[in-house]
Design a protein around this ligand. Structure first.
Ligand SMILES: [Fe+2]
Length: 451
């Protein structure tokens, strides 16, 4: 079985005569040879992007993004400066012809001197699977189009965490835009607004071309917190702008939820929500894991922000407390893959559990290298721990193609001089048909996850 990643290389036409082509090829060969011989030189952080002032009518829909909202439904989110703009979405499968209309809700928030626009959230559906829909927000403005995910495997996910809004962010998003994928997964740290609220708006504009066409499923990072003691609880802006399907998945908080798509059950956990054994998140996680039907969703994948397995010197040990409490649950439930961010580098583990490689544990991937302004975390603990399979401090993105109920292909693509270069890949086999399931029945009983 072969699968070619969509970001495999770029070729350009030239008008050079043959002699010059030979000279250029020779120079390229020498440079490439030297580059391969030496270590890859990691680039410096790039500057924040500049967003020109655009004068649009107050009712013009801005920052449009979509997310999965229960079976065959999608939530459309957008912002208007006009308070009277309706929260309606017109949609259909033919451009310019909207046979369906849905009305949603809206909210807004104030943060010190900043007042947000009107934030609209409208759920549309039921939608056909694997189908392109054309839609319009608020009864005016441009037509957008989205594609719903397939009902069954195969399905492809793009993954990028710790995005921010710099030149490297743009590079990462451009590479993802070249990729054929169904859903974007983001394990925390979106805008790097860090209390400067208009940065949420510029981030919304930056990601709109991608986030209005494919669902973005996100979880929170530390840069979303923005709390001020005695004045502001955390995550107010994040929760208002990036509403995820927590109600649809029986959660009481936007900071942790689950969703199913094709043959995969995803659990999005909150590294910055309470997670101790008496917390609502822990109770909800146990309940959600016990509802997973591996016949319907043979793949079980978890995302959160702070990695549990990290051999980078940055953020060392920060995920240990959460891991101590929650890893037994994920292990007993046979989670296949964990995706985290926070550390601005890439690392992939072997299957691990309790600090050691374990054939019945999850593969952990840290992918906090989307391109934010803080730059790369390039200092590692040496020697490389036994459980760590691959690590590299470069900006980039990941692609996960779940091919069938047992096999998935993971690849990581470095932003190498602005071209996506595949630097790591691996076939992952689901635990669903492994001996691990039977082996762990007593652990499930001990944790009261089965009778
Ligand atoms: Fe972070």
């Amino acid at each position: 079985m072969t699968f070619l990643p969509c970001s495999s290389g770029v070729f350009r036409r030239t008008n050079l005569p043959p002699m010059e082509i030979q000279l250029v090829l020779t120079v390229i060969f020498v440079v490439v040879s030297a580059t391969v011989a030496a270590d890859y030189v990691r680039p410096l952080p790039r500057k924040a992007l500049q967003f020109p002032w655009d004068l649009k009518p107050a009712s013009y829909p801005q920052q449009v993004h979509i997310s999965l909202a229960g079976d065959k439904h999608m939530r459309v989110t957008w912002i208007t400066d006009d308070d009277s703009s309706p929260s309606i979405v017109e949609y259909g499968t033919i451009p310019g012809r909207y046979d369906n209309l849905a009305e949603g809700e809206s909210n807004s928030y104030s943060y010190l001197l900043y007042s947000s626009g009107k934030i609209h959230h409208t759920v549309i559906g039921p939608l056909e699977d694997n189908t392109v829909y054309f839609y319009r927000c608020g009864g005016e403005g441009p037509e957008f189009q989205l594609k719903t995910p397939p009902a069954q495997l195969p399905i492809t996910f793009a993954v990028a965490g710790d995005l921010g809004q710099t030149g490297w962010t743009k590079s990462t998003l451009d590479h993802i835009g070249q990729c054929k994928y169904d859903v974007h997964l983001l394990p925390g740290d979106l805008s790097y607004a860090d209390y400067i609220q208009h940065r949420w708006d510029t981030f919304g504009k930056l990601v709109e071309p991608l986030a209005s066409t494919r669902p973005w499923m996100v979880t929170q990072g530390n840069h979303e917190k923005e709390s001020i003691p005695l004045i502001k609880d955390g995550f107010e802006s994040y929760n208002a702008r990036w509403k995820m399907p927590f109600e649809e998945s029986g959660s009481s908080s936007n900071l942790y939820y689950s969703f199913e798509v094709a043959g995969a059950h995803f659990i999005m956990l909150g590294s910055y929500a309470d997670y101790d054994k008496y917390s609502d998140q822990y109770r909800w996680l146990k309940m959600d894991l016990s509802k997973v039907d591996r016949k319907r969703t043979p793949w079980l994948i978890v995302l959160f922000h702070v990695p549990w397995y990290n051999s980078n010197k940055a953020h060392q040990g920060e995920g240990s407390d959460m891991m101590e409490v929650m890893e037994p649950l994920l292990y007993a439930a046979n989670v296949d893959l964990v995706l985290a961010g926070h550390v601005h580098a890439y690392e992939r583990s072997k299957r691990v559990h309790n600090g050691r490689s374990d054939p019945c544990g999850a593969v952990h991937i840290t992918i906090g290298d989307g391109g934010n302004r803080e730059g790369l975390a390039s200092r590692y603990i040496n020697p490389q721990p036994e459980w760590s399979a691959f690590r590299e401090a470069s900006f980039g993105h990941g692609e996960l193609k779940i091919v069938n109920s047992t096999h998935a292909f993971w690849s990581w693509h470095r932003n190498d001089d602005d071209e996506p270069v595949k630097s790591d890949d691996i076939w992952i086999t689901s635990l669903v048909n492994s001996g691990c399931v039977e082996q762990k029945r007593h652990e499930l009983r001990n944790l009261h996850m089965i009778p």
